[in-house]
Design a protein around this ligand. Structure first.
Ligand code: MRU
Length: 345
C-alpha cells in the first residue's frame, strides 16, 4: 500500500494519522501524544473504519499511559482505566474499538509497576497493529479466490487501506487479485452523508491503480440491472454470531438490490469484528450522528432551517442476504455460526 493510515513514531512517542476529513483534496497528518486528540480524531472520523479505530484506540491507550505522572501502579491503573473508558465510548458500533481497548486492559491487569506497564502496552498495540495488517492480507488472499479476471465489483463506504492498519477488508481481495494480474473493476457508491466512497474509496483505488467508477448511492440498482456488477463486497463494523452484519448506512439497501438481481453479496472483515456475545444483529448498538450531516455537506447547507433529520451511521444486513463472510480464517458460507471464533471453520 502506498499510504499508511496510522503509524507509531517510535523516536517521538507519538501517533501519526492521516486526517481523513480533509481527503482527497488535502493530505495532512495528525501527529499527537495526547489521548484527547485521539478521542476527537475518532469522533470526527479523521480516523475511521472498524479495524483502524481499533488500532487507533490501542495507541490512544499507549499515549494515555505515557501522559500519566504516577509512580505507583495502583493509581496509574485507576487513571488509565478512566482514559480507556473514554476512548472506548467514542464510537459504539464498531466492536473493534472496544475489543482493542479490552485487550489492552488485560495486558494492564498483568503489570506490577508503571514502567513495565508502559512497555507492555506499547508492545501490545504494535502487535495488534501488525496482526491487523496480516489479517487484511489473509482476507485479501481468501477473497481474491472469488474474483475472476475481468469481474466488476460494487462496494459501499470505505473498507480499504484507509479503514484498517493494512490493505483493507472489502478492498483487499481487489488488491490481491490485481497483484495476481487479474483486471478488476470497482463501482464505488459515494456513501451519503459523509461521502466515504467518493472521498476515500475513489481516492485510494485511484492511487493504487485500480479501475474505479464513482456512482451516487441511488445509481446502484441501475448498474446492477445493466449486468455491470458481478459481486458486491463490503466491510463490517460488527458481526453477530448468526452472521447479521452492521456496516455503513446504505449497506442493507445494497444487499437487497443484490438479492433482487441475483448478485452475490459478500462481507469481508477480520474476526476481531465478530461479536459472538450477540446472537443477532438486533442488539448491535447503532451510532446516531448529528442531523447537520444530513442537512448539508461540509459548510454547505442544503436543507431548509428547522427540518427534522434522522442520521443513523450504520445499518444491519440480515444474514440471509449474505452469500459469504470472508475473514482471515477463510470463506464462511451459511448457516453462519460465529459463537466459537477460536474454532471457526
Ligand atoms: O463511519 P465510518 O467511516 O467509520 O464507517 C466505516 C464502515 O462502515 C466500514 O465499511 C467498516 O468500518 C469496515 S472498515 C474495514
Amino acid at each position: 500500500m502506498k499510504i499508511k493510515t496510522i503509524e507509531w513514531l517510535t523516536d517521538q512517542g507519538k501517533v501519526k494519522l492521516i486526517d481523513q476529513t480533509k481527503l482527497p483534496h488535502t493530505f495532512e497528518y495528525i501527529v499527537t501524544d495526547d489521548f484527547r486528540v485521539m478521542c476527537d480524531a475518532i469522533l470526527r472520523l479523521a480516523v475511521r473504519g472498524a479495524p483502524a479505530i481499533g488500532v487507533a484506540g490501542a495507541y490512544g491507550v499507549v499515549i494515555g499511559a505515557n501522559s500519566l505522572k504516577h509512580k505507583e501502579i495502583g493509581s496509574f491503573r485507576l487513571d488509565l482505566r478512566s482514559i480507556m473508558a473514554q476512548l472506548r465510548a467514542v464510537r459504539p458500533t464498531a466492536v473493534n474499538l472496544a475489543w482493542a481497548i479490552d485487550r489492552m486492559g488485560r495486558v494492564l491487569d498483568k503489570q506490577n509497576d508503571v514502567e513495565s506497564a508502559r512497555t507492555a502496552l506499547l508492545r501490545e498495540a504494535l502487535a495488534l497493529h501488525a496482526e491487523d495488517e496480516a489479517m487484511c492480507r489473509a482476507i485479501g488472499e481468501h477473497g481474491a479466490g472469488l474474483l475472476r479476471d475481468g469481474m466488476s465489483i460494487l462496494t459501499h463506504c470505505n473498507a480499504g487501506s484507509l479503514a484498517t492498519g493494512g490493505m483493507g477488508t472489502a478492498l483487499a481481495p481487489v488488491y490481491v487479485a490485481a497483484e495476481q494480474g487479474k483486471k478488476i473493476k470497482v463501482f464505488s457508491d459515494e456513501t451519503r452523508p459523509l461521502l466515504q466512497g467518493a472521498r476515500l474509496t475513489a481516492f485510494e483505488l485511484q492511487a493504487n491503480g485500480i479501475d474505479v467508477t464513482l456512482i451516487c448511492d441511488n445509481m446502484a440498482a441501475v448498474v446492477m440491472r445493466k449486468g455491470w456488477v458481478d459481486a458486491v463486497i463490503v466491510g463490517a463494523d460488527r458481526i453477530a454470531a448468526n452472521g447479521d452484519a452492521a456496516n455503513k448506512i446504505g449497506t442493507y439497501t445494497v444487499a437487497l438490490l443484490a438479492k433482487h438481481h441475483g448478485i452475490p453479496f459478500y462481507v469481508a472483515a477480520p474476526t476481531s469484528t465478530v461479536d459472538h456475545s450477540l446472537t443477532s444483529g438486533d442488539s448491535i448498538p447503532i451510532e446516531e450522528r448529528s442531523g447537520e450531516e444530513v442537512a448539508g455537506f461540509g459548510n454547505v447547507r442544503t436543507a431548509p432551517p428547522g427540518v427534522n433529520t434522522f442520521n443513523p451511521a450504520f445499518d444491519v444486513t440480515p444474514h440471509e442476504l449474505i452469500a459469504a463472510i470472508i475473514t482471515e480464517k477463510g470463506i464462511h458460507r451459511p448457516p453462519y455460526n460465529f459463537h466459537d471464533i477460536a474454532n471457526l471453520k
